[in-house]
Ligand binder design. Structure first.
Ligand SMILES: Cc1cc2nc3c(=O)[nH]c(=O)nc-3n(C[C@H](O)[C@H](O)[C@H](O)COP(=O)(O)OP(=O)(O)OC[C@H]3O[C@@H](n4cnc5c(N)ncnc54)[C@H](O)[C@@H]3O)c2cc1C
Length: 414
């Protein structure tokens, strides 16, 4: 695909002939959103990869949907600006995929997620009509917020062809800390104490013991293998504030029983500590033939209890599950290390997964914090948001796509 005009013609034809269309960025989605359905045409947007404008007076960047998240970050960085959303896949994921899934990242606690940086977009509707939504204005309350409707729609309501992003001034300084714990609750208590202080760090990420050991085997970062949990913390902003916050965070971690707290002294050391978290998924993915990365979110106060529940569940079902995630956001990624050829084990994985969903909902959480519903979670959607919500979503989808040509069978059945 090269532009909105071409996409418009294809969608018009697809609508006339009732041909399913699947928009695809880099295919890194973890809910199966861009997996083709039978008879579908896959529309690859990777070649629409131009940065069209960087407006320093309005702090915006206009891009095509196939630009990678890393390119956006790098181009902003080069002129002293920051594009904060940083999914672990940012080197290859596209901004079109990020907006369609409303992706999060490691900086979510302080800076929010993709939707917080989308000011507008050009979108081709299933009818083939091309619509522009939003503008460069900081304030705009004209009519319903259509941005919110399309962001996170997982390729079911339209195809993004241009995206207008909001940028921030780049923070002048950053400090990275790593705290080591004998118990997961102590890491969770540290997070609560930091936020209650109140300090809002840009990153508060955790790894459990299984993940620590896999990362150590893979990346040799020097993590303590006997630890039950580690917490990666980052604060950014004015150098004086950052220095003070880093000191307070270290004190709070020690007060909550951290066995060791390391504050990175150099940018290289900071990168090395952060790489422990960034390499978690790759490290886990090496140890078993099949890796199933889950994504549930609970209120922050429920996170330690949820981790304990999953650890117990792993024992009960005789499964290997590594857990890591965004502790500051209550977003955890239980990762099943399994083998899809082992039918009995896959059955236990299914059962365990159902229990995680039920426990998440019981604790006031959601079945997906950032990966989306796609194919993987659609059977749990009603349990998570309620039947009436799903019914309203279904009706909304039909307003834009009465013939259900865009990504049919994803999110819900019709
Ligand atoms: C190693 C790894 C780490 C990851 N880490 C994170 C993380 O930290 N946070 C996070 O949120 N996710 C993460 N993900 C998930 C994934 O990378 C994101 O969901 C990402 O936004 C998908 O982008 P993509 O370009 O690969 O989209 P795809 O996978 O190609 O598509 C995803 C969905 O978006 C739709 N879509 C794509 N482009 C368009 C478009 N232009 N218009 C309309 N619909 C479109 C597709 O139809 C599909 O439903 C990770 C994935 C991997 C493999």
């Amino acid at each position: 695909m090269q532009n909105a005009g071409e996409i418009s013609k294809i969608l018009h034809w697809a609508n006339e002939t009732r041909t399913p269309i699947i928009a695809r960025g880099s295919g890194t989605g973890l809910a199966g959103g861009s997996v083709p359905s039978p008879g579908a045409v896959v529309m690859c947007l990777g070649r629409m990869d131009k940065v069209l404008e960087l407006d320093r007076r309005n702090l915006t960047m206009l891009v095509e949907p196939g630009v990678t998240t890393q390119t956006i970050f790098d181009q902003a960085d080069q002129v002293g600006l920051l594009y904060p959303p940083d999914p672990g896949s940012m080197k290859i994921s596209t901004i079109g995929g990020n907006v369609s899934c409303n992706s999060g990242g490691l900086r979510g606690l302080k800076y929010g997620v993709t939707k917080d940086y989308v000011m507008g977009f050009e979108i081709v509707l299933p009818s083939g009509e091309v619509m522009w939504v939003g503008n460069k204005c900081v304030k705009d309350v004209a009519g319903y917020s259509l941005r919110e409707v399309f962001i996170g729609s997982e390729g079911t309501l339209g195809v993004f062809t241009k995206i207008l992003l909001r940028l921030l001034p780049k923070p002048a300084a950053k400090r990275t800390l790593l705290a080591v714990y004998a118990r997961m609750e102590q890491a969770a208590e540290t997070v609560s104490a930091i936020i209650a202080h109140p300090i809002i760090p840009c990153t508060l990420e955790f790894l459990d013991r299984t993940t620590i050991n896999c990362v150590e085997d893979y990346a040799h970062v020097g993590l303590p293998r006997e630890a039950e949990a580690i917490l990666l913390m980052e604060t950014d902003g004015h150098p004086a504030v950052v220095a003070e916050e880093a000191e307070i965070m270290a004190q709070l971690a020690r007060k909550q029983g951290a066995l060791d707290v390391r504050i990175a002294g150099t940018a290289e050391e900071s990168l090395r500590l952060a790489s422990a978290r960034r390499s978690a998924f790759s490290a886990l993915a090496r140890v078993a033939p099949t890796t199933i990365l889950e994504d549930v979110t609970v209120p922050r106060s429920e996170l330690a209890g949820m981790v304990a529940f999953i650890q117990d569940l792993a024992k009960r079902h005789n499964l290997r599950i590594g857990i890591f995630g965004h502790m500051g956001d209550g977003n955890l990624h239980p990762t099943f290390l399994t083998n899809e050829k082992d039918e009995a084990e896959m059955h236990r994985v299914e059962l365990a997964f159902g229990e995680i969903v039920t426990e998440t909902v019981r604790r006031g959480g959601t079945i997906t914090g950032e990966h989306g519903v796609g194919l993987a979670k659609k059977k749990f959607l009603a349990e998570s948001v309620g039947g009436l919500n799903v019914e309203v979503m279904r009706k909304l989808r039909r307003v834009f796509d009465p013939n259900l040509i865009l990504n049919p069978g994803k999110m819900f059945d019709s």
